[in-house]
Design a protein around this ligand. Sequence first.
Ligand code: NAD
Length: 467
Amino acid sequence: MRICVIGCGYVGLVTGACFAEIGHEVVCTDNDGQKITTLNDGGLPIYEPHLDEIVRQNVAEKRLSFSVNLAEAIRFGDAVFICVGTPPLPNGEADLSAIDNVARLIAVESRSPKLVVEKSTVPTQTGQHVKRALSIYGRKSGVEFTVASNPEFLREGTAVLDFLHPDRIVVGVDDRGSEEQLREVYRPITEQRFRCRVHNDSCPAQKPHFLVTSINSAELIKHACNSFLAVKISYANMVADMCEKLGADIDEVTQALGLDPRIGRHFLSPGLGFGGFCLPKDIQAFIRLGERAGVDVSLLKSAEAINKQRIESFCNKARQLLWVLKDKRIAVLGLAFKPNTDDIRFAPAIDLINRLLVEGAQIQAYDPEAMGKASAVLPSVRYCHDAYELTDGTDALIIATEWPEFKNLDWSSIRDRMLRPLVLDGRNLLDAAAMKALGFEYHSVGRETREGKTNEQPERTVHSREV
Ligand code: NAD
């Protein structure tokens, strides 16, 4: 099939590259000309594991191309996937101006029938507005449009594998033809009929569910899903606070909770809270949507409030331990909102650093992938080449992102480099007993720190920010 993807960000680029990977002809376009130039020069505007290889291969095999010309790209596709951003407005509602712009452009520029697919996360009933815009602005051309919603569930850091091996594909349609077209688009994935060049053991063996719903339901499913995950993380954080105050251990508690199949072990990791371009804005948008509809959304509001409080209470901990923050040299390990991405949008690390800077702390930071993006928003931070340079002469180290490689650092060397071997682990990444045995003052979230604790660390395979 010939597919146009509008928006070459974390979702659009992965969507375009993966559609090409499963055999479709794809043109990706974006109104940010710099991104298209970077892509046409063989670079990538984002870091995402495996994306580099599948983009390169599919460009070489002539199934994937990038165009600055939005109109041409739209005319190329039988299906047009909208993957533009839907950031939060100051009042928390989703900013739908990019969706509106793109819908009007598709209406005006199309010359043949199009299936227009919303992949961006949008509030319920957006599809009805898109339909109306297509019919109003497309009336001169007489082109026939159909609209579908196909929310995306990929997680940054594992986006390519998530896209190629999803657990479910949701399509919201109002007509049989759109359903058939989307079944065709996804058939190689639903029937596992393509050779996955990036396959690894984490890819599920079973075929994904293909769920056909109304457009309104498909839109609501995505917000309901992300809001549920946000509630679950905030619940774990609330329980962690209880553990800390009452002398229990959150790792022990969440291990037992997670073994209950009605609860499940995912998204129970406490810490600095959820961030990124999905959960914070999606729960906000869902709250506003519910309020407008007259629904009691206090459950969601509490989850959001708990999350906002995480950074403040972590700063309080830092203040208690360091007494005065002004002129203290603090190392921050991890900037991205989660491991394996360079995305710093709504990253707790960025919020935390801003607060510490306001109090006069001197911040130095290291992240394997996110320093480029962070330096644009935090120019006064000193960026280091590695975790060892990072910790030289510092008064404290804060772990803000749980990159797995941080576990395997030479922590004895880090202890010797620090002025004061104080570690505040905002992600419960390290083993508390081992850190204490090494001579660190080690503080984490909701974990009991009694001496001689012998329980093994529960396996932590999925972290709370994995969206
Ligand atoms: P992004 O900011 O990385 O990418 C959006 C792209 O759209 C940008 O490259 C931007 O230049 C382009 N764009 C904006 N307005 C445009 C216009 N009028 N015409 C053409 N291009 C335009 O955002 P993202 O992370 O890819 O998210 C996109 C959507 O997908 C959002 O609605 C988001 O909520 C949703 N989503 C994101 C994720 C994720 O993990 N990032 C996962 C699932 C769903």
